[in-house]
Design a protein around this ligand. Structure first.
Ligand SMILES: Cc1cc2nc3c(=O)[nH]c(=O)nc-3n(C[C@H](O)[C@H](O)[C@H](O)COP(=O)(O)OP(=O)(O)OC[C@H]3O[C@@H](n4cnc5c(N)ncnc54)[C@H](O)[C@@H]3O)c2cc1C
Length: 337
């Protein structure tokens, strides 16, 4: 099968550590490529990056376009965009996907404007389908799906006339495949177009703040909303989370009101989560909140309002005041543990 027309994923790495969203995207690219009957390719640049190839192959990549150069240890815009433009121009993928990370959001528009192709930012789903425009029928194009108008509608965006079709995709929304270690990928070492002029900035020092909250990796999340009432009352939400071994999440309204830090926010403009259990305490269930948690395996909602929208997606609902319900849940759990 030809390498042209592939579904390509830009693999984001930093000092050899791959971004999880890139691995999620290789998995999604595999599904799209199977629908189209084409290959999955990965564009991988870094100081020493070849070690990542077996993992990319195991997730679904058929070809890895690879360039190793000590100067590519960390992302900087000029060399990375030059490399992506060269790789896309040479190998002509029909679709290119980037994680909607800070780096992906910086890189993708640079590539799109240079190649004069469309780009849809922050997609939450991708599909393949047909489209008719001005009496022309386009088959097998990329549906780039994302919330629009404050999350009140879900827009499907197409760029049928130009290739590649490009999208950035939110972290955590695509499911990662299990690694199939029997899969192998072809490695294509690309020639380096880089010279010293491409590195006008030198990174002298980097200070990284460790993440204190790991919502994406949590099996259990106990989230609080405006119904919690105050920052002090969040202690109750934290106590329930600690008791049952979960992380603490929050609605945006609770974050905006200063009840808890932004790193706890779940939803369209926060983290997308898919835990085994999500307990929503005093959260109404606005569409923007649900967009980040409705993939949870089990949802329990506690709310004083029986008409709260959160109950429409919860498997278990408790109509009641969280200041009474949560202590009883903690007591019941401890009694059984
Ligand atoms: C562009 C855009 C992006 C957004 N992104 C996000 C996002 O990422 N995440 C997000 O969460 N929101 C987001 N929002 C905001 C969203 O629209 C809602 O405003 C927000 O989710 C509401 O938060 P809440 O449910 O905590 O508050 P409210 O809507 O005020 O709901 C509070 C709930 O608590 C219940 N309650 C009150 N007291 C108690 C009590 N004692 N015990 C039990 N229940 C009680 C009430 O009945 C009510 O249902 C976004 C909005 C926009 C426009």
């Amino acid at each position: 099968m030809s390498n042209e027309n592939s579904v390509m994923v830009y693999i984001q790495q930093d000092a050899g550590k791959l971004a999880e969203v890139s691995l999620e995207l290789v998995s999604k690219a595999r599904e799209l490529a199977d629908t189209l009957g084409v290959r999955v390719s990965a564009a991988l640049f870094g100081e020493t990056a070849a070690g990542a190839v077996p993992r990319l192959a195991g997730l679904g990549a058929d070809t890895v376009y690879l360039l190793e150069d000590p100067r590519l240890r960390h992302y900087t815009p000029i060399p990375y965009s030059k490399l992506m433009i060269q790789t896309i121009t040479a190998y002509k993928p029909q679709i290119v996907l980037y994680g909607a990370t800070t780096g992906g959001r910086d890189l993708a528009p640079r590539v799109a404007s240079r190649l004069k192709v469309g780009l849809t930012a922050d997609c939450t789903d991708l599909k393949i389908g047909g489209h008719i425009q001005k009496e022309t029928e386009y088959k097998n194009i990329l549906y780039q799906i994302r919330p629009a108008f404050g999350g009140n509608i879900i827009a499907t965006i197409v760029c049928p006339e130009k290739k590649p079709q490009m999208a950035t995709v939110r972290e955590g929304v695509m499911r990662m495949n299990k690694v199939d270690s029997s899969r192998k990928a072809e490695i294509v070492r690309i020639p380096s177009p880089l010279d010293s002029d491409d590195f006008p900035t030198e990174i002298i020092d980097r200070v990284l703040e460790e993440k204190t909250v790991n919502l994406k990796g949590a099996n259990i999340i106990v989230s609080g909303g405006m119904g919690v009432g105050s920052a002090e009352n969040f202690a109750l939400v934290r106590e329930l989370a600690e008791t049952i071994g979960g992380e603490v999440g929050a609605s945006r309204a609770a974050v905006d009101a200063g009840l808890i830090g932004k790193e706890h926010q779940v939803g369209q403009t926060g983290t997308t989560v898919r835990p085994k259990l999500y307990i929503a305490c005093g959260i109404s269930g606005a569409i923007q909140h649900r967009a980040g948690m409705d993939g949870s395996a089990r949802i329990i909602a506690i709310n004083t309002d029986p008409e709260a929208p959160i109950f429409s997606i919860a498997q278990y609902g408790v109509v009641g005041d969280l200041s009474e319900v949560i202590p009883r849940m903690i007591k019941a759990y401890k009694a059984r543990a």
